[in-house]
Design a protein around this ligand. Structure first.
Ligand code: COA
Length: 337
């Protein structure tokens, strides 16, 4: 799916993020599995990640991020009529995290649902919220991207456990007078889905004592295959979207790629021709937080003063499905129309 925005201008008017307090370093991981700080840094760029407490679930990460986004947008939570939470680690399959979040916020008139698109979830959710606002169904949307992957990672598997972390980000979407979203490109390749999966617990393989023994309730990944996919789609998705929107890569002021691995990000930036100073990187501090990755990186860019009004921001995500998605936005000063 690809589309260039025309007509109604819609933008991000509030941004928030939250990561659990507990920092897990590479050195600690080296005590848990056969790995080393040096290997992890060289192959991934990751130095540490945040890990949720045993009693912390997705809603507990989403709530502070959402409150911060709503405060920044200076809007009453009750005025939000759409809540989408992109996550593969909801508190429970149902009730959904979005419904629990809407209730905790006091958004009692909101439609609320969770969205599953792997690490691309935030890009899919923002595109959906854009469509709901542009189509006139929603007046104000709250989109959260986040995951608590630490709960579905096999902490004895060094091929996966060193990569991931927990975190969430939230944005408020509103109509604005100018600027805002320019276009979206989203895609999926189910044939490649096998390379990054959570095989147990669904209707194909319901949880049994046997599936638990076989560790099917943990993330399974073919790292090199996902690496090849990631380097390909981060480039192709961004290039397609820029062409559709009639923009060149030189016009992009801030590039926010999915934070999976510094080598993947460097490869994409080089191929696209984005200079280093325009690339947002925080995977060194958070690891791969799945749907939380792009909004957490946006929050970092905002804190650094890089998201000034008028800046053209290119975001591209990729992940399980396999899925990918890009969006271009002209950053606005946060004031709703
Ligand atoms: N510590 C030390 N050694 C490790 C290790 C670890 N944590 N994980 C794997 N290895 C070993 C492997 O067992 C292998 O050893 P062998 O050659 O003796 O078999 C060796 O390192 C190379 O493994 P390989 O998987 O080929 O390494 P790689 O260079 O492809 O790096 C990843 C592995 C996972 C870092 C890389 O493939 C990657 O980042 N893939 C994308 C993952 C991703 O982004 N997933 C989420 C998408 S949303």
């Amino acid at each position: 799916m690809i589309g260039r925005v025309d007509g109604t201008r819609i933008s991000i008017t509030g941004l928030g993020s939250y990561a659990p307090e507990r920092v897990l370093t590479n050195h600690e991981l080296a005590q848990m599995v056969d790995t080393s700080h040096e290997w992890i840094v060289e192959r991934t760029g990751i130095r540490e990640r945040r890990i949720a407490r045993p009693d912390e679930a997705m809603t507990d990460l989403a709530l502070p991020a959402a409150r911060q986004a709503l405060e920044q947008a200076q809007v009453d939570p009750a005025s939000v009529d759409l809540v989408i939470v992109a996550t593969v680690t909801p508190d429970t399959m149902f009730p959904t995290t979005s419904a629990l979040l809407a209730d905790a916020l006091g958004a009692s008139d909101a439609a609320a649902y969770d969205l599953l698109a792997g690490c691309t979830g935030f890009m899919y959710a923002v595109a959906q919220a854009y469509g709901m606002l542009a189509g006139g169904l929603s007046r104000r949307a709250l989109v959260v991207g986040g995951d608590v992957l630490s709960k579905i990672i096999n902490w004895r598997d060094r091929r996966t456990c060193v990569l991931f972390g927990d975190g969430a980000g939230a944005v408020v979407l509103d109509r604005v007078d100018g600027g805002g979203f320019v276009g979206f490109e989203l895609g999926a390749d189910g044939a490649g889905g096998i390379h990054l999966s959570l095989p147990g617990g669904g209707s194909r393989t319901p949880t049994t004592a046997e599936t638990i023994e076989q560790e099917k309730h943990f993330v399974q990944m073919n790292g090199p295959e996902v690496f090849r996919f990631a380097t390909r789609v981060l480039v192709s998705s961004a290039e397609k979207l820029l062409a559709e929107c009639g923009r060149s890569i030189d016009e992009v002021d801030v590039y926010v790629p999915h934070q999976a691995n510094v080598r993947i990000i460097d490869h994409a930036a080089r191929k696209l021709g984005v200079p280093e100073e325009k690339v947002v990187i925080n995977v060194d501090r958070y690891g791969n937080t799945s749907s939380g990755s792009i909004p957490l990186a946006l929050a970092d860019a905002a804190a650094d003063g890089r998201l000034r009004p008028g800046a053209l921001v290119l975001m591209t995500g990729m992940g399980a499905g396999l899925t990918w998605g890009s969006s271009l936005i002209e950053w606005t000063d946060g004031v709703a129309a």
